[in-house]
Design a protein around this ligand. Structure first.
Ligand SMILES: [Zn+2]
Length: 233
């Protein structure tokens, strides 16, 4: 996978905003299709971004293990650890390598299988309404500056396209079962980077942002109630 770009090498990540197209693909980013995905039930809108970490074998960076796992091609005989995960049908929408290189496996409009049993604010099955991003890493070592920059760039692009309300760790939606991205992920650093540049405004973006509080079931009531509250004040 060395040389897979998606925005340049290491700290030379393109400063140009990333764009998610109508099909849910990040423009100019390598796409390696994972079969481990399906449709979001009822066209469930994307409202959550989940940050993970992964390395295969654990603590070893740069090999083909992650791509092989997400494409069901992991050789269980190649490493003792691989034998324990080779049969898993898992994926994430995106992977960010140690050098910041970005790879996409599932279109954002589809449901990737990254969260497992999970709950966010009382709502179960987070795969239905979330995007999963894997940072190549472990729970024992810091993530790289390039990874933070690329994650911020990707988050801005996703927020410009979808009504994302929160960015959380896997450990937040599956506490006790999952620990990633772990204690070395610096949430303050990530949030500072997000604020540095506002999302790219594309035609229709303002409308989407204005309507982001609407849910599928109660599209207008919530927005109208807010409006009325404002008028009363
Ligand atoms: Zn995870």
């Amino acid at each position: 996978m060395k040389g897979v770009g998606g925005g340049g090498k290491g700290l030379g990540i393109s400063p140009a905003p990333l764009v998610i197209d109508d099909q849910g693909l990040a423009e100019g980013i390598p796409f390696i299709a994972s079969p481990n995905c399906d449709a979001r039930p009822g066209g469930c809108p994307v409202s959550l971004l989940v940050v993970h970490h992964i390395s295969l074998p654990p603590g070893v960076f740069g090999g083909t293990g992650i791509v092989d796992l997400f494409t069901n091609r992991l050789d269980p005989a190649a490493h003792p650890y691989f034998a324990t995960v080779a049969g898993m049908k898992v994926s994430a929408h995106f992977l960010i390598r140690r050098g910041g290189e970005l790879v996409q496996f599932v279109t954002c409009s589809g449901r990737a299988w990254h969260a497992g049993e999970s709950t966010w604010k009382g709502r179960a099955q987070c795969n239905d309404f979330s995007i999963g991003v894997e940072l190549e890493g472990t729970g024992e070592a810091p993530f790289t500056a390039a990874q933070y920059r690329q994650l911020a760039r990707l988050t801005r692009a996703l927020k410009a396209r979808y009504p994302i309300r929160a960015v959380v760790g896997h450990s937040d939606i599956a506490p006790g079962r999952k620990g990633d991205p772990g204690p070395h992920f610096e949430w303050g650093r990530f949030r500072t980077l997000i604020r540095k540049r506002s999302p790219r405004r594309t035609p229709g973006t303002r409308r989407r942002i204005k309507n982001r509080n609407r849910t599928a079931k109660q599209p207008r009531r919530h927005a109208m109630a807010k409006k009325h509250r404002r008028f009363r004040q």
